[in-house]
Write a protein that binds this ligand. Structure first.
Ligand SMILES: [Zn+2]
Length: 155
């Protein structure tokens, strides 16, 4: 078991929130993410670009992961995301063995984070009021856009 990171989760989350706000300003889904190393050095950040790029696979975590470029391994990295990672992005975390995930909030959407925790990823959830506000307002304003993002309305 690796020691928990000494970096301030709120400071890391601020980078992801800034990305979410960029996405909102572009008319997109307000979810942001950033990948850091264990010392808190930013490797890459991004936001959901499904609307902007007409690309349903460009979720925030995927965008941050791609922005970080290639690495020999990911066990020492931290994925910070404003919203609980969906199954698709949770799969990315497991595929590449990202060591830690910091979730801004999981009240408006609860993705695969429990599955990640059960399989050895360190997961913490901050329930950040700013993240909750961003998603609550967005889902109210653009429900059709949100449900398209997660593959359709819940049954
Ligand atoms: Zn996703």
């Amino acid at each position: 078991m690796v020691e928990a990171s000494s970096v301030d989760p709120a400071a890391l989350l601020a980078v992801a929130v800034e990305e979410a706000r960029k996405g909102l300003a572009e008319g997109g889904v307000p979810i942001g993410a950033a990948l850091f190393d264990r010392s808190g050095t930013l490797l890459g950040s991004g936001h959901n670009r499904r609307v902007q790029d007409d690309d349903p696979s460009m979720h925030a975590e995927t965008s941050a992961f791609r922005a970080a470029g290639r690495r020999p391994g990911y066990a020492d990295t931290i994925m910070v995301t404003t919203l609980s990672p969906c199954w698709y992005c949770s799969g990315l975390v497991r595929q590449f063995g990202i060591g830690e995930v910091i979730v801004g909030e999981n009240t408006t959407f609860h993705g695969g984070q429990d599955w990640l925790a059960e399989n050895g990823t360190r997961v913490s959830t901050l329930q950040d009021p700013e993240c909750i506000g961003l998603m609550t307002e967005f889902i109210e304003a653009r429900p059709e856009l949100w449900f398209e993002d997660i593959g359709g309305e819940p049954a």
